[in-house]
Structure formats: structure tokens, C-alpha cells
Design a protein around this ligand. Structure first.
Ligand code: AHR
Length: 446
């Protein structure tokens, strides 16, 4: 079998946005507690952050981290997680049926994000709460001082405003499993009013409206259309979530997950553009793929802890090489669509379907899926080039004929000028069961 790839630096898709290499820290299972945060661990720093996990996070090349959920955020009171730790309440956490002690909250997350060198992306509770609470959180987090909430933050030890630029208007509110689940009409109205108020506070905030929880939802596409009709001029992104499940043993379909993700991206971009056309707007809504990964979801079976315990072990999937190839192909897909996808977060960072695993009191280690992420985050720079492989197709049960080669390329003109005035092309190919990373320093002409 032969395959041909044509690369030309003149055929550009768009710049590589660093925000494509995001991750996600949710108060779920052991992502926060005994994941990134474990006071008393031999490697914990003065703030209780595990320095082994911080080092792996930096090595992974993560640029941005979404927090605090996920399903968790839809019934979360952010006030519970700030102020003196001894005064913080324990709560029943309903999304994952766990006990939440609240010793980690907004200010701890911001301190951790600064140490990890990542941009924070905050999610607001638009499930059980509304416009007023969202405004209060944003004022607490971002206003410099002199008002009740900004002074409260300062009294809590965070003198400087956190200046969070990116905010999710809730999480997966189309899902009946969500606390405060809503119809598209109900959510669209709430998201629009919250966005309007937040932009009065600060026109420069970037806001993400909730799209569908997954492409199998009965309202997929229709939900985005109705929500965007209500919010179009006030939001910047619409979210997408997708998890690929290898459990049924259909390896060919699983390896074609990238093609399915691309179909999903193009469907939602078309839906957003349709709304833009109806509204006669020149604005383009970008996509925030703020949850994606491989997840052995059929093993999960709606898992939540039966007992009310603190940070139970939830969905701690162990990954193999095939999973790593699929994660690589999903990263390729995000790059191939860099003209529309402006934010992406692999879910999650530690322990919960994660590239980094830990044991309480014990070691932290890299899973197989760590490596394609770290390689891509390290090498993808400059402009993404259009690559349309000429290759055979492979029949798949789930997605029909899928290309045997899934590829992207980035061209870093700046680095090229430094290295003997030649452009550098970093090329990742994912074929059926193997991965090649090749670096070509051929002097391509425009
Ligand atoms: O990442 C795990 C969960 O998957 C998140 O809490 C939720 O948003 C999604 O359904």
C-alpha cells in the first residue's frame, strides 16, 4: 500500500493556538484530592500541591486547565471553597455522590495553575444557580479591590486579581444527569442573560456556551442552533465533548475516532454558521472542545460511589498503546481544524481518565496517552498546513470508510529561519496501528 502526502507552506489552515493543549481538573474521584493536591505527601510543597504531578504537568506541555467541573460544577457553591480552610463546609456532592470537604477551591486552584504555568479556564454553575452568583464569582476572582467581594478575596490571601479570561457558561446542561438540567430554550435564555451581564462587567471576557454533551444526544445540532440563536452576539465559543470507548473490541472503528471527531467539529461549525447567516452576522463562533479523550465508558456504567466517601476511586482507566494512537489521532484532528477550534481540553489531568496517575502517599507516573500529547504540544508550532493524504480507506462498522492515514503538519517559519534559513515541518502520521513522528528539514518552496 502506498500513500502520498502533499505539503505546501502556502496552504495554511491557521495558527496553532496554544489553547489547543488544554486539560481539565474536576472535583471528581481523585483528580484533585490525592491527584494534584495531597497535603502530607512526601513530595507535597507548602501549599499541599504534589510536586511530582506539577512536574509531569509541565512535561506534558499543558497550556490551559478547565476547573472545577464537569458535572460537579452544576451544583457547586464556589463560596464553600474560599476563606479559612477550617471554616469551609463539608457538602454532599451529588454529581458523583461523594463527600466534598472543600479544602481545595478557587484560590488553591489559581495558585496551582500559576505553579503549573497554565491559563485557568473557569466553569460557572448555571445548573442550580444563575446570573447573580456568576457575577459574584467573576467579581471575586477578577476585580482588583475596593468592593465587598474583591476585598474578601484579598482578605483570603489573594491580593492580586486572578484575571481569568475564559469562562464556561455551565456544563452539559442538555444532559438529564446534570443537576439543574435544562431545555435548549431555558438554557439559551439563562446563558444569554449571564453573558450579557458578564460582558457589562468586562467586555474582554471570552465566554463558552454549552453545546451538546456528545454527538449521540437526541438534540445534537438542534440544541446548538437554539442556544446560539439566543446567545450569538454575546458568546465567543460553543463547547463540544466527545469520549471514544474501545470496550467493544472493534479496533478498526476505534482507530477511526479522529475522523468521527472531525465530522462532529464540521457539523457544529456548520450549525453555528447557519445561525450566523440567519442572524445576518459577520461574526464567527469558535469551538471549544473542552472535554475529549479515550474513556472505557461501558465499564463505567454510570458509576458513582455507593457510599458517601471522600475522593473515591472513579474511572481510573489504564491505557494501552492503541489508546495512545487514538489520543494522537484526536490531537491531529484538533490541529486539522485549527481554523475553528480555539480551545481544547483533554479530560482529565490526573487519575480520572488521565495521562497522569498517582497513588496516595505513593508515586506518580505517565500513562501511554501521556506521550502523544506531550510530543504534539512540544512540536506543533506556527501554522497548521492543509494535508489531505491520498491513501487507501478501511471499512469500519461505526463510521463507514475511514482513511488509513490520518495526518497533519505544522510549519514554523520562525524556527525555520533560525535553523539554516530552512522551514521546519513537524509531521505526525497516524496509520492503522502505528505512529511515526518524522521531522523533515527539506526546504519547501511556497
Ligand atoms: O470528565 C468526566 C465527565 O464527563 C464530566 O464531569 C462531564 O462533563 C462529562 O460527562
Amino acid at each position: 500500500t502506498t500513500a502520498r502526502l502533499t505539503l505546501d507552506p502556502a496552504f495554511r489552515i491557521g495558527p496553532v493556538d496554544p489553547r489547543l493543549f488544554g486539560s481539565f481538573v474536576e472535583h471528581m474521584g481523585r483528580c484533585v484530592y490525592t491527584g494534584v493536591f495531597e497535603p502530607g505527601h512526601p513530595l507535597a510543597d507548602a501549599d499541599g500541591f504534589r510536586t511530582d504531578v506539577l512536574e509531569l504537568t509541565r512535561e506534558l506541555g499543558v497550556t490551559l486547565v478547565r476547573y472545577p467541573g464537569g458535572n460537579f460544577v452544576s451544583n457547586y457553591r464556589w463560596e464553600d471553597g474560599v476563606g479559612p480552610v477550617e471554616d469551609r463546609p463539608a457538602r454532599l456532592e451529588l454529581a458523583w455522590r461523594s463527600l466534598e470537604g472543600n479544602s481545595f477551591g478557587l484560590n488553591e486552584f489559581m495558585a496551582w495553575a500559576a505553579k503549573a504555568g497554565v491559563e485557568p479556564m473557569m466553569a460557572l454553575n448555571l445548573g442550580t444557580r444563575g446570573v447573580a452568583e456568576a457575577l459574584e464569582l467573576v467579581e471575586y476572582a477578577n476585580y482588583p479591590g475596593g468592593t465587598r467581594l474583591s476585598e474578601l478575596r484579598r482578605a483570603h490571601g489573594a491580593d492580586k486579581p486572578h484575571d481569568v479570561r475564559l469562562w464556561c457558561l455551565g456544563n452539559e446542561l442538555d444532559g438529564p444527569w446534570q443537576m439543574g438540567h435544562k431545555t435548549a430554550g431555558e438554557y439559551g435564555r439563562l446563558a444569554a442573560e449571564t453573558a450579557r451581564a458578564l460582558k457589562r462587567f468586562d467586555q474582554g471576557l471570552s465566554l463558552v456556551a454549552c453545546g451538546s454533551s456528545n454527538s449521540g444526544m437526541p438534540t445534537f445540532g438542534a440544541w446548538e442552533a437554539e442556544v446560539l440563536e439566543a446567545t450569538y452576539e454575546m458568546v465567543d465559543y460553543v463547547s463540544l465533548h466527545a469520549y471514544y470507548d474501545p470496550s467493544d473490541g472493534d479496533v478498526d472503528s476505534f482507530l477511526a475516532s479522529g475522523a468521527d471527531m472531525e465530522h462532529m467539529i464540521r457539523s457544529i461549525a456548520a450549525t453555528a454558521d447557519h445561525v450566523g447567516a440567519k442572524l445576518r452576522s459577520d461574526k464567527k463562533i469558535k469551538l471549544s472542545f473542552d472535554e475529549w479523550n479515550v474513556w472505557y465508558q461501558s465499564r463505567f456504567n454510570g458509576e458513582s460511589s455507593l457510599e458517601w466517601t471522600e475522593h473515591p476511586r472513579l474511572i481510573e482507566d489504564s491505557y494501552d498503546v492503541t489508546d495512545a494512537v487514538v489520543v494522537g489521532s484526536l490531537l491531529i484532528t484538533l490541529l486539522r481544524n485549527a481554523d475553528r477550534v480555539g480551545v481544547a481540553c483533554q479530560a482529565q489531568l490526573a487519575n480520572v481518565i488521565a495521562p497522569i496517575r498517582t497513588e496516595p502517599g505513593g508515586p506518580a507516573w505517565r500513562q501511554t496517552i501521556f506521550h502523544p500529547f506531550a510530543l504534539t504540544a512540544r512540536h506543533a508550532r506556527g501554522e497548521v498546513l492543509r494535508v489531505e493524504p491520498e491513501c487507501a480507506t478501511i471499512p469500519t462498522a461505526k463510521y463507514g470508510e475511514a482513511p488509513a492515514i490520518w495526518a497533519t503538519a505544522t510549519h514554523d517559519a520562525a524556527t525555520g529561519a533560525v535553523i539554516a534559513s530552512l522551514p521546519v515541518i513537524v509531521l505526525y502520521l497516524v496509520a492503522q496501528r502505528w505512529v511515526i513522528e518524522g521531522i523533515s528539514r527539506s526546504g519547501l518552496k511556497g
